[in-house]
Design a protein around this ligand. Structure first.
Ligand SMILES: [Zn+2]
Ligand SMILES: [Zn+2]
Length: 273
């Protein structure tokens, strides 16, 4: 457990023995078998690992970056095999990163009801413009150009509005990478209206009992987690629990939480993991 006092005397607690967010090759943009992620977690001394694979419904995108319905059968079969083999060394959670689609929310809820998830997380990746979807967290010019043309501030507002709806709709325990929207766009900047929306999301999370993910992929990308420290502190002031996740898309990134020490202030963070 690592901790840090925030102004006002609140304490940020981070469970660094749990990696709450890793992917697998099943989503087709990650490398490494599920077993390699498990082995990496054990090697790092983690106690708990949650696979959190991509579920998307009704997305019209030029490539599939999420699981097909049948893939989740294989995911659970392999996950259960790994629990048999490594269960005495590591808790292996089989979860889902539910990508929200406001136009298909009923089907999303039906899909979620089909499997015994250990963790349901919610995020929002794909925004529809015209008859196509564009990935809000992608670095590909294909996405950045169209979303940028729609207006960065406007897209960011729409992102938070839809994420708020997602929080109110999906029976999730965790909200993933809350401020990762347009993270690769050169003009990304959060404005007052965006922060007001974030406050509404945090309030809805309190009502629904959801945790906030501290997504370490942000540290690798921009030197600060997703979301940024000021949003994490706003969540802590509301007593929202935090869930650390590497968002690893390759086994070597599992449980790499060292960068959090710098972000949270080297002297005040005690790393456990
Ligand atoms: Zn991914
Ligand atoms: Zn995501």
């Amino acid at each position: 457990m690592a901790s840090r006092k925030v102004p006002g005397g609140y304490l940020i607690k981070l469970d660094l023995k749990t990696d709450g967010h890793v992917h697998t090759t099943l989503c087709r943009h990650a490398s490494g078998s599920m077993e390699e992620y498990v082995k990496a977690a054990i090697q790092r001394g983690l106690e708990r690992l949650f696979f959190l694979e991509h579920l998307e419904v009704g997305i019209n995108y030029f490539e599939r970056t999420w699981l097909n319905p049948g893939d989740f059968d294989r995911y659970f079969a392999e996950g259960n095999r790994l629990r048999e083999k490594y269960g005495d060394k590591l808790f292996i959670g089989l979860g889902v990163e539910t990508g929200y689609n406001p136009e298909r929310h009923r089907e999303i809820l039906e899909k979620l009801a089909e499997y015994p998830w250990d963790r349901i997380a919610v995020s929002y990746h794909f925004m529809r413009i015209g008859d196509r979807h564009y990935n809000l967290v992608s670095r590909k010019p294909y996405n950045l150009e169209v979303l940028g043309r729609a207006g960065v501030a406007k897209v960011v507002s729409a992102y938070f509005d839809t994420l708020l709806e997602a929080v109110r709709t999906v029976p999730a325990q965790v909200v993933c990478h809350l401020d990762a929207v347009l993270r690769y766009h050169p003009q990304i900047r959060l404005e007052r209206g965006h922060y007001l929306r974030i406050e509404m999301i945090l309030a809805a999370m309190v009502e629904r009992g959801m945790a906030l993910e501290v997504n370490v992929s942000g540290c690798r990308m921009r030197g600060a987690p997703f979301p940024a420290l000021d949003i994490i502190e706003a969540a802590v002031r509301r007593d929202i629990p935090l869930a650390v996740g590497s968002d690893a898309h390759r086994p070597e990134d599992v449980g790499q939480f060292g960068m959090l020490a710098e972000v949270f202030g080297e002297s005040s963070v005690k790393l456990d993991g």
